[in-house]
Design a protein around this ligand. Structure first.
Ligand SMILES: Cc1cc2nc3c(=O)[nH]c(=O)nc-3n(C[C@H](O)[C@H](O)[C@H](O)COP(=O)(O)O)c2cc1C
Ligand SMILES: [Fe+2]
Ligand SMILES: [Fe+2]
Length: 401
């Protein structure tokens, strides 16, 4: 059976892992790799639900051939045509020339744009259409912008299996484990799942909300996403996370401190703030250096926590560039509904706090900015202690609300 895993009666996972890829979308670090999931249904017809990235096509084809035995591949359902799932589509067509590809109109349009030669293989479907493969009947649900505009999900009416495309996926190679109950998801996977969702789909909260509303109307027994583990119990845990993330509601009351610093003085102020928070009883505190933490991690933490302190030097009359980059990313990903406190530093005209405040207020949505701020002239001294104390007290009060 090599790396194939049986998912349920008639259904097999035939995907693979890429642990050599450093950056997902050539942007987000994936130190634990990523899986590309593909599922093969063996019924009167043989049906593959999505394919994989070109990088792992050799393993994938081996898995598909192994499960098919001497049978042909009749159908490929493409829920999401992004190249990380469709990179192997032409290889499939070459090997299975009678293959029919079931997908949406937009998806076929995009396949043509990408020069995937699918002419003569198209079987176009719309939301609500059904297809019967023998014992199994499936229906299609449009899920636009749950990563891309062409995305659909496929629901197996016979078994209650939802092929959910990128939704409910995660970074991280599977390394043999497949189901959420074969791992400690909340300990080992949630951070990667959050980082995946917030950076890949985070911008499209309202679209995810409408997909969740559709999902609420069907009886789901299993969720098969395109990356990460398959879910076969504890759906409430996962749906609650998605609901919060897509409504931009924090998961936890806590203080996230993100600082930038060239010579270490703003860093020292950030560490002083963290110490004082703990000293006064607030223990849910996270501290990150904006320069040495990839912004994808900062975005994920921003989705998680309720209160965020931004601290950075003034830089050529502007915001310290790595901090500006993080703020821009927050805007790009539509982060909203958080409370911020600001610490600025400067040696001759400190104004990074005012500038960050203006950015949050003008460029982002529903951001609450606390009155208590700290303005440092190069390095903190005893003179800054009262402001530091008021900031800490205000944060502790605010996180109790
Ligand atoms: C390239 C550069 C530009 C700077 N621009 C400003 C500025 O416009 N206004 C200001 O008050 N300080 C400016 N500074 C000074 C720093 O903001 C200041 O020294 C700060 O205390 C550094 O904090 P740190 O020790 O956390 O790096 C600049 C420093 C550098 C290196
Ligand atoms: Fe995608
Ligand atoms: Fe994907």
């Amino acid at each position: 059976m090599y790396t194939v895993r049986k998912v349920a009666e008639d259904l097999y996972w035939v995907g693979g892992n890429d642990v050599r890829l450093a950056l997902f979308e050539n942007m987000h670090p994936i130190p634990r790799g990523v899986s590309y999931n593909s599922y093969l249904l063996i019924d009167e017809k043989t049906v593959l639900f999505d394919a994989v990235d070109w990088a792992i096509t050799q393993d994938f084809i081996r898995n598909v051939e192994m499960v098919l035995g001497d049978r042909e591949l009749d159908y490929l359902v493409v829920n999401h045509m992004e190249p990380d799932h469709c990179g192997s589509i032409e290889e499939l067509i070459l090997r299975y020339p009678k293959l029919k590809i079931i997908s949406s109109e937009k998806s076929f349009m995009l396949m043509h744009q990408f020069n995937y030669h699918v002419d003569g293989h198209e079987d176009q479907v719309e939301e609500g259409d059904t297809r019967n493969f023998g014992k199994h009947t499936v229906t299609f649900v449009a899920a636009p912008m749950v990563h891309w505009p062409e995305v659909m999900m496929t629901y197996d009416i016979t078994t209650g299996t939802l092929f959910s495309a990128d939704a409910f996926g995660s970074f991280g190679a599977l390394h043999g484990a497949l189901f959420n109950d074969e791992m400690n998801f909340d300990r080992d996977w949630i951070d990667d799942a959050r980082r995946y969702y917030t950076n890949i789909v985070g911008k499209y909260g309202p679209f995810v909300q409408s997909a969740l509303k559709k999902a609420a109307t069907i009886d789901i027994k299993m969720i098969c996403p395109l990356h990460g583990p398959v879910w076969r119990n504890d759906f409430g845990y996962l749906l609650d996370k998605y609901d919060k993330w897509s409504r931009y509601e924090p998961e936890e009351k806590g203080v996230l401190i993100i600082y930038g610093s060239m010579y270490g003085n703003t860093e020292y102020a950030a560490e002083s703030l963290a110490s004082l928070l703990h000293d006064k009883g607030m223990h849910n505190v996270r501290v990150y250096d904006v320069s040495s933490t990839d912004v994808s991690y900062l975005i994920a933490e921003t989705f998680k926590y309720s209160h965020i302190v931004l601290a950075c030097p003034t830089f050529n009359l502007g915001i310290y560039p790595p901090m500006k980059n993080y703020l821009n990313d927050m805007k790009a990903l539509n982060v909203q509904n958080r409370t911020f406190a600001l610490i600025e530093n400067g040696s001759w005209a400190p104004q990074s706090g005012t500038l960050m405040s203006e950015y949050l207020d003008e460029e982002l949505k529903m951001m609450n900015i606390m009155d208590e701020t700290l303005s440092i002239n190069s390095a903190i001294t005893d003179l800054d202690v009262p402001d530091l104390n008021s900031l800490v007290d205000a944060l502790i009060e605010a996180t109790k609300e």
